[in-house]
Design a protein around this ligand. Sequence first.
Ligand code: C2E
Ligand code: CA
Ligand code: CA
Length: 668
Amino acid sequence: RVDTMKMTTKKLAFLLLFLPLTLLYSIFFHYYVAERENTASVILGSLQDVLTELSFTLSKNLDKEENLSAIRPYLDRVVAQNDFISAILVVDNQNILLKTDPHIQKIPVKEGFIFTQERSKYEQLLHKVGLEGEIRFYEGDKLKRFGLIFLFDKESLGVYIESGKDKYILLFGVMPLLVLILIALLLKYYMLSPLERLRQYAYYQSVVPDVMKLRELEAIRASMVQSFVRLENEQKELHKMARTDLLTGLSNRNALHEYLKRLFAEHERLGNEFALLFLDLDHFKVVNDSLGHDVGDKLLRSVAGEIAEVLRIQDFVARVGGDEFIIILRHYHSVNELVHVIDRIQNRIKKGWIIETQPITITSSIGVAFYPKDGSDEVSLMKHADIAMYEAKKKGRNQFYFFTEALNQEVMHHIELMRSMKGALANGEYQLYYQPKVNLTTGAICGVEALVRWIHPDKGLIPPNEFIPLAEESGFIVELGEWILRTAAMQKHEWSRRGIDIAMSINIATKQLQDMNFLAKLDRILKSTGANPKRIDFEITEYVFMDESSDNIALFNTIRKKGITVSLDDFGTGYSSLSYLKKFPIDHLKIDKSFVDDYNTERGAIFLETIVKMGQTLHMNIVAEGVETKEQMEALQKMGCTYYQGYLCSKPLPANEFETLYFLSEHE
Ligand code: C2E
Ligand code: CA
Ligand code: CA
C-alpha cells in the first residue's frame, strides 16, 4: 500500500516540533557545559591566586624550619576563609611537616595535583585532589624548599558548580517540553481533529462538522458542505428523473414497478384489490406520421394531463410506451364505479384537441385486469391488461374491455397455435383446398382459388382465419406461403397435364412480397414444378399497394412480365384510396362478400354497380366473392360482372373432389 509510505499530518507536526526542540536542547547543552567550565576555571584561578599569595607570604616570612608551627594559625585562617579548601599541608618530600587537619596521615600521590590544559577544568577540579605550590626561604644561607598543598573540599566544590543545574534544567529542559505539549495540543485542537472530522464527513456525510477555527479549513469545510448538498440535490433529481417520463412528467416504467411492488406488499397485509388499466391511443401513429412528432408529443402531453386530472390522489398513472399508459385505480366500490372512471377518462381524451392550430380527434382503447384475480404478479397482470386492450381494439377501438379467463384461453390458444404451426408444416398437416371461379356469362369453371387448411391431428380442421393472421404476425407466413405457392403450382401443372387447363389463384400475404427473396423463390418454384405462369394469378390485398414506392411497383411489373396476373382481393374493405389502381398493373378486382350480401338494398346495389363500372372502365375483370344464391348471381350477371366465386357453385374442395366437380360440369 502506498498509503503506509505517506506522511501523516501527525507525523509531520511531530517532526516539525521535534527537530527545533533537539536543536534547542543541543544549543543549550553546549552553553551549559561552557558555563560550567567557566565557573570551574574561575574557582581554579582564584584558588591558584590564594596559593600563590600564601606561598609568597610564607616564603618571605619564614626563616627557620623550627618556626613552621608558628604559621599554623595563619594556615587555619586561610582554610576557614576559603570554602573550597578542606586542608592545607606543608610537606618535605614524603613527610608532612605541618597540617591543618590532624586526620590526614598521608600525602596524596603526585598526579592528584597536576592540572593539564587538554582536559576540562570542571572535570579536573572534580577528580584532582588539590593544588600544589612551594615555600622557599633561606635558613642562613641555605635554601629550603617545602611543598605547600591545598586539599580541595570536594563537597563544597560540587555543590557550588552544580548549584545552577536545577534551575537550568527547569528553564531549558522542562519549559520547551511544556511549550511542545502546548503546541501539540493547539495543533490537535485547531488542525488535526478538524481535519479528521472533515475526513469523516467526506466519508460518511452523516454529521456536518461545526464551523472550523482555522480560516483555510473553514473554507474547505464550507465548500465541502456546499458540494455535498448540491450532490444530494442532484441525486434526488436523478432519482426523480429515473422515475419520471420526461415527455409528459408522469411516472415511468420504473416508478410503476416500484408502485406495484408497494401495492403487492400492501395486499399481503390488508388484502386490497386494485384494477390495472392498459390504455393505448387509437391510431396515434397516424397523427405522428401525418402531423409530425412535435404535434404527436404535444398531444401526448395534453392527454397525459387530462388523464392525471381525472384521477384521484390515490390513483396512479404512468406512461410506459409511445402512446401507452398504465393507470391503477384503487378504492372503487363496484365495477360500475370503475366503469364510470374509465368512461370519464375516455371521454376526456375523445373531446377534440387543437394542437398548433390543428384540430385533432383521438380515441383510446383500454384493457382492464384486476389484481389478484387476473394476475398475481406484475408480468401477468400487465400482460392480461394488454390482452384485454387488444380485444378492445379488435372490437372497433374507442372502448374498454375487461380481461376474462375466456379471453386468456383464446390468447393462450393463439400462442399454442403459433408454436405448433411450424412443426405442422414438417408433419404435412397443411393441405390446399380449391374453390372454383365461375364465368358468369358461360357458367363454366374457368379457375380456382387455392385456400389453405390445417388438418390438426387432435383439433381437426383449423380454418385459415384462425391461423393465417397469426402466421402473418409471427412471420411464419413467409415459409408457409412458399409451401402454398409450390403446392399450388405443382397442382396447376398436374391438372394442365390432365386436361384441366384453368387459372390458379394463389393468395399472397403482404409479408411474403416484402421478403427480399420472393422473386428468386418464385422463379425456383416455377422452374422446379414446370408450371406455366401464364395461368397463375396472385391474390393480393390493398395493404400491399399502400406502398407506392417505385421498388414496389417494379416488383409487380416483374411478376406481370412472367405472365402471372394480379387480383386485388377483398376490394372495398380496406383503405379506399384509389390512386394505386392507376399505378399498379391489376388484372382483376375481387369484390368482397359484404358488398355481395347487400346486393338487394338500394345503396348496396349502387355500390356494386359502381365498382363493376369502374372495373370495366379500367379494363379489369370483376370477381364477386361469396355468392350463395341464384338471385345474387343473376343480379351480378345483369350488372356485367365477369366471374363469381361462392357456395352457390361450391365450397373450397380437396383436389380430388374438385376434379370430380370439374369433370361433371364439363359434361353438363
Ligand atoms: P379470402 O382470400 O377472401 O378467401 C375467401 C374466403 O371466403 C375463403 O375462406 C372461402 O372459403 C370463403 N368463401 C367462399 N365462398 C363463400 C361463400 O359463398 N360463403 C361464405 N360464407 N364464405 C365463402 P377461407 O378459406 O376460410 O379463407 C379465409 C381467408 O384466409 C382468406 O380470405 C384469405 O385471406 C386467408 N387465406 C386462406 N388461404 C390462404 C392462403 O393460402 N394464403 C394466404 N396468404 N391466405 C389465405
Ligand atoms: Ca383470396
Ligand atoms: Ca377475398
